[in-house]
Design a protein around this ligand. Sequence first.
Ligand SMILES: C[S@@+](CC[C@H](N)C(=O)[O-])C[C@H]1O[C@@H](n2cnc3c(N)ncnc32)[C@H](O)[C@@H]1O
Length: 252
Amino acid sequence: MLLKVPQWHSSLLTDYERLAIFKLAIEKYAKGIVYDLGTGSGILAMIAAKKAEKVYALELDSFTYEYAKENIERNGFKNILLYEADAEFFDYKEKADLIIAELLDTALITEPQVRVLNTINKKKVLKEDGKIIPEKAISTVQLVNSSLSYIHYDEEDKEKELSNEIIYEEVNFYKVNPLKVSYKFKLSGEYGENLGLKLRTYTILSEEFVSGPLRMLNPPLVIPLNVDGSDVKVKLSYKRGGDLDSIKVKVF
Ligand SMILES: C[S@@+](CC[C@H](N)C(=O)[O-])C[C@H]1O[C@@H](n2cnc3c(N)ncnc32)[C@H](O)[C@@H]1O
């Protein structure tokens, strides 16, 4: 495929593991009517369009939308209907066999995945046997040595691990999920200075296709606690579809 994209979409497209796992899942499940929510370059819509009857591709950002338009035309896809639209408020006229939503970020904090899929569930956009890719996101927490004193992504996953990694949430995208969440953890492990919480999100695209954190798919997020020690009790809250400023931690 020939693709012209803005800079950060180029990073998305060169994370080949991310692209490969979405391609495998989409090729397995695309049929009939498909919606690609947050189409970006249009790449996932074009993969789906080879198997589906019709693909609705929605993109919020007008600049990115123009690139998607050019890519879809240039590659000759006649069965993709592209809209410059907010997927949260779109008028979904047809029921879907498949919904693709790559509006992901670690712990679902900075992207509107939950807000958009809540709309899909409330409006019952999916056919009874329809599928959503991804279907679930599982997040974990671990105590680490934070190398920085502010919230940051640890793309290389290199900050020193001090405790076991524990699962603290499982978000099922076939359900309406809350936007504001709050969790209490008791974590213990090796002694460390500048303790931090490392959040990792695992993406369950479908039962066969699962991805761990990747450079451009839910990279590990580190939240510094600004304390030293070997065990902590913490309350963590954030808003899904908010931004990193919505993250609040309280150490007891
Ligand atoms: C993580 S990128 C994924 C792009 C593409 N689907 C891919 O996998 O390469 C998310 C895209 O969704 C768009 N987006 C974000 N919020 C949206 C919304 N509420 N409705 C439609 N598009 C949205 C962004 O502008 C961005 O292009």
